[in-house]
Design a protein around this ligand. Structure first.
Ligand code: HEM
Length: 371
């Protein structure tokens, strides 16, 4: 199922890039095709993998494993609703809200039953889902409070991007990079425990500030930067050699951290009226999301495709997907930053890196050894 979610996310990103070139669609349509139909279900899917690992419990039951697929149908419904300019997205928001609440309840139950203290990454996941729930409440509030629609849209989009996606990504990176490198980060759990308040507080302040009071958003950006600085310092000390390598997942995951930092900074410039919305959104997607998803998929896809004991196939598949990971990371970062600064041709760098990765993905079943 997780492999299907990866392929669906790849297809929705390809669709989100190609469709606007073929038909003039409102920007909300292709944004939701990529983020609500592609990324949201993939995040739910990745959590169904990580929550049992973090709580040392059994695999997620069938009903929970269905939630990512149902979330994908809610996201797809939102896409069609924006493409057709009707209001069915209210139903999609209500459906997605119910799914997010059921998913949060499952995480809480697993955390309560965990043997020993549950890993602090779980609290970040709960914080992320809480942001998603509030984001859907913001959409539903648009019917009751139509004169506040623009403010509620800003609230919804920041809660989703810097809250739901940001919290999940920064927590998962702290578990994933040490696994990819094969050396533990002894401070990761303590850092996650201490930094959660800054990340969640930052995401909430940015979202409320962007909607109603800009100075709050700048304060939130400073708060969100605290855990990012802590993480950069730790990775620089522990994993600098692996991050510099031109193959493997480590460079992509480090690029994702840099890209998220850039996204927060560009977001602050956007709030100040210096950058426009499209440039800021492009920087978020190309400099942060693409290295994040490609790096995480290179590390996790082999285990998702063939769960169970690790075999030489898993090592080869990981090497195959990670081949050129450093070049891709640089292209994604450069493309995203240039797009963020308004240079549209930067998109070509990101498309080249994405095409290379999709080719690697398509040939992963029989990976050739790295020479
Ligand atoms: C079923 C799920 C969702 C529904 C029903 C929904 C609904 C909406 C609505 C009604 C708007 C305002 C559109 C407008 O006034 O132009 C909006 C904007 C937005 N949403 Fe969602 N949303 C969903 C999921 C998501 C997710 C998961 C993300 C990101 C992770 C997201 C990111 C955004 C962004 C970035 C915008 C601004 C789009 C623009 O400015 O054109 N949404 N959404």
């Amino acid at each position: 199922m997780l492999v299907i979610l990866v392929l669906m996310a790849a297809a929705s990103f390809a669709g989100a890039i190609a469709l606007p070139l073929l038909y003039p669609l409102p920007s909300a349509a292709h944004i939701h095709l990529a983020l609500a139909a592609g990324i949201m279900p993939l995040i739910f899917g990745a959590m169904t993998h990580f929550v049992p690992v973090l709580t040392r419990s059994a695999a997620a039951p069938k009903g929970v494993r269905l939630i990512p697929l149902l979330a994908s149908s809610a996201g797809t419904l939102a896409f069609f609703s924006f493409a057709a300019s009707n209001r069915i997205y209210y139903f999609a928001a209500f459906f997605a809200l119910a799914l997010a609440m059921a998913f949060a309840m499952w995480i809480m139950r697993r955390a309560n039953k965990a043997v020993g203290k549950p890993h602090p990454c779980l609290n970040w996941y709960l914080g992320a889902i809480a942001c998603l729930i509030l984001a859907f409440v913001a959409v539903l509030a648009m019917t009751l409070w139509p004169e506040q629609r623009i403010a509620l849209k800003r609230l919804h989009l920041h809660l989703n991007t810097l809250g739901f996606i940001g919290l999940t990504a920064i927590a998962t990176l702290q578990v994933l990079l040490p696994t990819a490198v094969g050396r533990p980060d002894p401070q990761a759990a303590a850092r996650l425990r201490q930094d959660m308040k800054w990340a969640l507080g930052g995401a909430l302040l940015i979202s409320i500030g962007a909607a109603w009071f800009k100075p709050l958003a700048w304060t939130g950006a400073v708060l969100w930067a605290i855990p990012l600085v802590h993480l950069c310092k730790a990775w620089f000390t522990l994993y600098f050699r692996e991050i510099r390598q031109l193959h493997g997942a480590a460079s992509s995951l480090a690029a994702a951290l840099t890209g998220f930092f850039a996204a927060i900074f560009f977001g602050a410039l956007h709030t100040g009226g210096i950058l426009n919305t499209a440039n800021t959104a492009h920087a978020f997607i190309f400099a942060f999301l693409f290295p994040l998803v490609t790096g995480a998929v290179s590390q996790l896809l082999p285990i998702w495709a063939r769960p169970g004991p690790q075999t030489p196939w898993h090592t080869l598949a990981r090497q195959h997907l990670g081949k050129g990971g450093g070049y891709r990371a640089l292209l994604f970062l450069a493309g995203g930053l240039l797009l963020g600064l308004g240079w549209r041709e930067g998109m070509l760098l990101s498309i080249a890196a994405l095409a290379a990765f999709l080719l690697q993905l398509a040939t992963t079943a029989r990976p050739a050894p790295v020479t």
